[in-house]
Design a protein around this ligand. Sequence first.
Ligand code: F6P
Length: 544
Amino acid sequence: MTFPSINPTTTAAWKKLQDHFVEEQQHTLQEYFRADPQRFAHFSIKWEDFLVDLSKNNLTKKTLGLLEELANEVKLQQAMEAYFSGEKINVTENRAVLHTALRLPEDAQCYTNGLDVVPEVQAVKEKMYAFAQEVISGQHKGYAGKPITDVVNIGIGGSDLGPAMVTEALTFYKNHLNIHFVSNVEGDHVREVIKTLNPETTLFVIVSKTFTTQETLSNARTIRKWFLSHAPKEAVAQHFVAVSTNLEKIIEFGIHPDNVFPMKNWVGGRFSLWSSVGLSIVLAVGPKHFEALLQGAHQMDEHFRTAPFQENIPVVLALISVWYNNFYGAESEAIIPYTQYLRNLPAYLQQGIMESNGKGVDRNGNKIDYQTGTIIWGGSGTNAQHAFFQHIHQGTKRIPADFIGFKTSLYGEQEHQNKLLSNFLAQTEALMKGKSLEQATAELKEKGCSEDEINQLAPFKVFDGNKPTTTILIDQLTPNSLGKLIALYEQKIFVQGVLWNIYSYDQWGVELGKQLANTILSDIEGKSNHPHDSSTAGLLDQLS
Ligand code: F6P
C-alpha cells in the first residue's frame, strides 16, 4: 500500500466545491436555521460522552457530501490504512507515525519494520508506572533521605507543551507533587523556577527526543550545576532521570542507565505526551489516570478508524476546516475551551497543528499554489470574551471557532457552572444571529435616546452575525475525555494533511533559525565575526 499524493485542486470534487461555494456564500446561518427547524438534529454528532454541534457552520448536506467526495478522491481511507498499519508515512524522515500505538490495549498488535511495537510500549509504561509509584508514595528518597516533593520537567516544544497542558488540565486529579516546567533558554526562566526549589526533595526529568536541543541541554546543565553546588556527585542518580531516543547522549550527560525512559523515533515530538514524554503527567496524576487518558485517546482512534466519514468527528472537523480555509479564505481558527483547566490547549494545539500543517511543498515535492495550514489561536472562556471576542463579533475577518465546554463542573459549584454555560451558549448564538440595525435602533429607542443619538450610535451596535462556530460539548473533564479530545485534534491534523497533500509529520521549517542562532551565538561570544545583513549587524552592534 502506498500513501497517496493527490493534488486536491485537480479533483472533480474541488471544482464542484468551488461552484457550490459561489452559491452557498450568499446564504447566511440565520437563513439555514429558519429553513430547517431541525438543523441541530441534522447537523450534530453524538458519540459516547461527546456531542459535536456542526449546525452553526456555513454548510449544507450538499457541502458535506461534496467534501466527502473530496476525501474519497484524495484517497483518505487508503492514507488512514497506511498510517495505522505502521507504513513510513513520514517520508522525509523515513519514519512511521505511530503515536496511536502508544494507547493500544496490552493485547493488541501493531507492526512496523516487521516488529510488533506493543510489547515494548507496555514495558516502558511499566517502568514509568513503577518509578512514579515509588516517587508518589515517598519510597523513592532524595540524597538527604527525604521524599520527593517537587518535579521539574526540563524540555521544550513537544517535550514541554503536552506534559504542561495535560498536567494543568488534570489539576483536579493531581496528587501532592508540585510539578514545574522549564522550557525557555532564557536564564531568568530557569532561575525563577529553581529559586523556589529544595535540591534535597526535587526530581528533575530531562525530556528531549533528540537530546540535542539547545534550550533543554542548556537548562539541564545549569540545573545540574546548581544541584551539585548543594549535593554530592552521587546524588545525581536519585534526582535526575531522562526521556529520549538518544541513549548515547543521555549517558554522556551523566544520567544513570536505570534512570532512562526510552522513546521511539516513530513518535513525533508534538504527539509524544502518550509516551515516556508523559512521565511528568504520570508523576502528577498517577498511573491510573494516565491509563484513562490513553484509553480515551484509543477510543477516539477507534472511532476515527471505523466511523463512516460523515459521522466521523475528526474527519468532519477537518473537512469543514478545509471548506473555510480553501473556499471562504479564512486564515485562522480559534479554539475556545470554556474551562480554565484547558487555558493552555490553544498553545498546545498551535504546535500540533501549525508545526504539522504549516507546509508549502506537496508530497510530490512541488511548491503549493493553494492554502494549507490554518493559524491557530485562542484562550479560555469566559476570559477571552473580555479580551479578543470583540474582533470575532464585529471585526472584518471570518474566524471559525471551536467552543469546547463541559456539562458538569468538577467541584459542583452549580451557580458558577450555570453562568459559565450560559455564556458558552450565548456567544455562539450571538455570533450566529448577530443584531440588525432595526434591533439596535429599537434598543436605543427603548433606552430613551434621541433621534440624533440613535442615528449616530446605531451603526456601531450592529452585529452582522453569520459567524461560524462548532460546539464540542463533553459530559465532564476527566482523564478519559481529555484523551479523546486531544486525539480528536491529532486525527483532524492527519486528515487535513492528507487533503492538502502535504507531509504533516516533519518540521524542517524550524531548522534554519536554529542554524543561524548558532552562527550568531558564536559572534555574540566573540568567537567569530560572520558577515550579516545591515539590520542583523546593526542589532548585533547594540549588544556589544
Ligand atoms: O524545534 C522543533 C522541535 O523539533 C519540535 O518538533 C520538538 O517537539 C521540539 O523541537 C523539542 O525537541 P526535542 O524533544 O528533541 O528536544
